[in-house]
Design a protein around this ligand. Structure first.
Ligand code: 5RP
Length: 224
């Protein structure tokens, strides 16, 4: 199985996992990225078995709509049983780095609402220690230099993501060279910097389940 096939396999596995619990009024939280797109394509095949979705980005909303899946504003939804999304890295505790696609803030909001967060990823995303993937931080544009200086004090090397404007109208700093041994604390510390909207560590609210694509099939992992 190549990487694309592993992404398709985990997308289908997520649909298989949630399908027995979907009802005609269910609304599913949907993430962003190439793996999430595989999930959307698999979900579309059972679109008559649930009501609709909440999207974590404009791109995801467009893909859902292109399949004829109704997209709801999160504020119109009381609860989400499931949020399904990819990741840039996961450790064994299912702490994640996300935001490679710049959708981290909306992803974190939808994940916070959902009862169960199912992460889908190919095996290249599983790491012992988070941080080889540069940590995305969404920042209010006028605070860019201030936030960058504070991130350097935390031991990172922030790099402005050229040409990237988030769905919220903000910019992204990608923080290189962090070895993240305490992701919960670092998530908190970075979010405390004035001008930061949010950062791509999902540790205060990690995934509940990781469906990991491997050449031998999909493994189901829960936080250790
Ligand atoms: C987008 C994300 C994605 O989930 C993450 O970048 C993984 O993407 P892909 O499935 O394309 O590897 O956090 O903001």
């Amino acid at each position: 199985m190549n990487q694309d096939q592993m992404k398709q396999a985990v997308g289908q596995a997520a649909v298989d996992l949630i399908r027995p619990q979907l009802a005609s009024d269910s609304i599913v939280g949907v993430g962003t990225g190439s793996t999430a797109n595989c999930f959307i394509d698999a979900l579309a095949k059972i679109k008559l078995e649930f009501d609709g979705a909440v999207a974590s980005s404009q791109a995801t909303a467009e893909r859902l709509k292109s399949h004829g899946i109704p997209v709801y504003d999160l504020n119109a939804v009381n609860n989400l049983d499931f949020y399904i999304d990819g990741a840039d890295e996961s450790d064994g505790h299912l702490n994640l780095i996300k935001g490679g696609g710049a959708a981290l803030t909306r992803e974190k909001i939808v994940a916070a609402v959902a009862t169960t967060f199912i992460c889908i990823a190919d095996q290249s995303k599983l790491v012992d220690v988070l941080g080889a993937f540069p940590l995305p931080v969404e920042v209010i544009p006028m605070a860019r230099s201030h936030v960058a200086r504070q991130l350097v004090k935390l031991g990172g090397d922030p790099v402005y993501r050229e040409g990237c404007v988030t769905d919220n109208g903000n910019i992204i700093l990608d923080v290189h060279n962090l070895s993240i041994v305490d992701p919960v604390q670092l998530e908190r510390d970075i979010n405390a910097i004035v001008g930061v909207v949010t950062n791509g560590l999902f540790a205060a609210r990690p995934a509940d389940v990781l469906l990991l694509g491997t050449p031998d099939g999909v493994q189901t992992r829960k936080a250790q």
